[in-house]
Write a protein that binds this ligand. Structure first.
Ligand code: GLC
Length: 420
C-alpha cells in the first residue's frame, strides 16, 4: 500500500487521487523542441519519486500538424498507449471527445490560470485539459547589429523590413555572406498559420470572425500577405519556406539573422552559455501593420489531457496536476522560458529575473489573438490547412495575394456550408 498523492509546497494544489494499492506504469507524450523533452523528463522524475509510479516518456514530432495527425490515429483506434497527452491550444474542439473531464481531480486549481485558456479547454462543461504553458509570437532582434547600424527597434513590419535589408547589405559588404534579415516559420503547417494570422491581425484583419463568417478576402488581409510576400525576394533565406520553429532558431542562434519571429522558448536557448549570441538579443512585441496597425502575437501553448482510453485515469490525472502546478511551471519558466499559465508567476521575482520580457510583454501574453479554433470547432484543422496552403503559395510567388485570399474565401465558405 502506498500513497499516490503527490506532496509538495503548500501552494501546490493536490489532486483528489489518494491511495493506490500498487505502483503503476503510465505514459506521457511530450514535445521535444529545444530542451522541452529534458524539462518534461525532469518533472516526471520528481513525480515518480513522490508517488512510486513509473512513467514512460514518449516524444512526438516537432510540427504541431504532424503531432495532430499522430494523435488522431492513436485516439481514433481507441488505443490506451498514451495516458497523458500534450495537446495544442487549438485542439480541444478537435480531440476533446477522447479526453476525460479533469474537474474531479483539480480541486479548483484551474482558477489560478489564465481564464481564457481554461475556457478554451472547456468543451460542453468538461475540462478537457489543464493549461501547461502558454505562448505568443514575439520578435527577437540582435541588439548589437541594430546599434552598429544606428537603427531603432522597429515598431512596424515596414520598418522591420527596411532595417533587415540595411543590416543584411552592410554585413554582406563587410564579408558576412551568411547573414539574413529575417527568419520565421513559413513551412506549410500550423506554424505558418500562426505567423500569417499575426501579420493579418496587426493590419486589423481576420480569417474567420467571431460570428463564424469568413472574412479572409478583406483589404487588410491582402495588405498583410502582400507585405510578407515582399520579404521573400531579398531578405529571408530561400529555405524559409520549409522552416519550422527549430530551423528558424538554428539560423538566428548561430548569429545568421538580424530578426526572428518565434515563441518565447527560443530566449532561454539564445541566452545559454554555448550560444554565440548570448547577451546580444532583445525581445519585443511583434511589429504593427503600418502606422495605424497594432502590435500583436498569436495565442499558442500546450495543455495536458488524459486519454479516455487510459487504464489508469486517476494516476494520469495526478501526474497532470503535478506537472501543471506552480512549482513545475516556475521551474520550466526559469530553465526554459516557457510561459506560465498561472497568472501569479508573472510577479515572481526569480521568473522575471530569468525572463525579463515576461513582465514587459505581459499584455501581449494576456491578450494574444486566438486562432479561430473555437468558432470552427472540429473543422479547425481544415480551415487552418487551407489557410496555410494559400499563404504558402503567395509567399512562393505562385499566386498573387489577392487571388489567393479570394480563392481561400470561396474554399472556406464551402467548408462552412457543410457546418462549423
Ligand atoms: C507552438 C504553439 C502552438 C502552435 C505551434 C505551431 O508550439 O505553442 O500553439 O500551434 O507552435 O507551430
Amino acid at each position: 500500500m502506498k500513497l499516490g498523492l503527490f506532496v509538495g509546497a503548500a501552494s501546490i494544489a493536490a489532486s483528489s487521487f489518494a491511495v493506490t494499492a500498487n505502483a503503476e506504469e503510465i505514459s506521457i507524450s511530450c514535445g521535444a523542441l529545444g530542451i522541452e523533452l529534458t524539462l518534461c523528463k525532469d518533472g516526471v522524475k520528481k513525480w515518480e519519486e513522490m508517488t512510486g509510479n513509473t512513467v514512460k516518456v514518449v516524444s512526438t514530432p516537432n510540427s504541431s500538424s504532424e503531432r495532430l495527425a499522430l494523435y488522431q490515429q492513436i485516439l481514433a483506434a481507441g488505443a490506451g498507449d498514451i495516458d497523458v497527452l500534450q495537446v495544442d491550444v487549438v485542439w480541444p474542439g478537435i480531440l476533446g471527445t477522447h479526453f476525460i473531464d479533469l474537474k474531479p481531480y483539480t480541486q479548483g486549481a484551474q482558477d489560478d490560470h489564465f481564464q481564457a485558456i481554461v475556457e478554451n479547454n472547456t468543451v460542453d462543461g468538461e475540462l478537457k485539459a489543464m493549461p501547461w504553458f502558454t505562448d505568443a509570437g514575439v520578435l527577437f532582434y540582435r541588439k548589437d547589429l541594430l546599434e552598429k547600424y544606428d537603427r531603432a527597434v522597429p515598431t512596424t513590419w515596414e520598418e522591420m523590413a527596411e532595417t533587415a535589408r540595411i543590416v543584411q547589405k552592410g554585413e554582406r559588404e563587410a564579408g558576412d555572406d551568411d547573414l539574413w534579415g529575417y527568419v520565421f516559420q513559413a513551412r506549410a503547417y500550423e506554424g505558418l498559420t500562426c505567423n500569417a494570422l499575426e501579420w493579418i491581425d496587426s493590419y486589423g484583419g481576420e480569417i474567420v470572425d467571431a460570428k463564424g463568417d469568413v472574412v479572409v478576402d478583406s483589404p487588410e488581409v491582402i495588405d498583410a500577405v502582400t507585405e510578407a510576400a515582399s520579404w521573400m525576394k531579398d531578405m529571408v533565406p530561400p529555405g524559409v519556406l520549409n522552416y519550422t520553429e527549430e530551423e528558424s532558431r538554428g539560423v538566428f542562434q548561430s548569429g545568421n539573422a538580424v530578426f526572428m519571429r518565434n515563441w518565447p522558448y527560443a530566449w532561454a536557448l539564445a541566452q545559454s552559455d554555448d550560444s554565440p549570441i548570448k547577451g546580444k538579443v532583445g525581445v519585443v512585441a511583434l511589429p504593427k501593420g503600418g502606422a495605424e496597425g497594432k502590435h500583436t502575437g498569436v495565442l499558442g501553448g500546450w495543455n495536458l489531457a488524459v486519454s479516455k482510453y487510459s487504464a489508469h485515469p486517476e494516476i494520469a490525472a495526478d501526474l497532470v496536476m503535478f506537472l501543471t502546478s506552480p512549482e513545475e511551471q516556475k521551474r520550466r519558466a526559469i530553465e526554459g522560458s516557457y510561459n506560465p499559465t498561472i497568472t501569479d508567476l508573472y510577479q515572481d521575482e526569480e521568473v522575471l529575473a530569468a525572463v525579463p520580457f515576461f513582465g514587459d510583454l505581459y499584455d501581449t501574453f494576456e491578450n494574444a489573438v486566438a486562432r479561430p479554433s473555437g468558432v470552427t470547432g472540429e473543422k479547425y484543422n481544415r480551415v487552418s490547412a487551407a489557410f496555410w496552403g494559400k499563404v504558402h503559395a503567395a509567399l512562393e510567388g505562385n499566386e498573387d495575394p489577392e487571388t489567393a485570399m479570394s480563392d481561400l474565401a470561396d474554399e472556406l465558405g464551402a467548408v462552412k456550408r457543410r457546418g462549423w
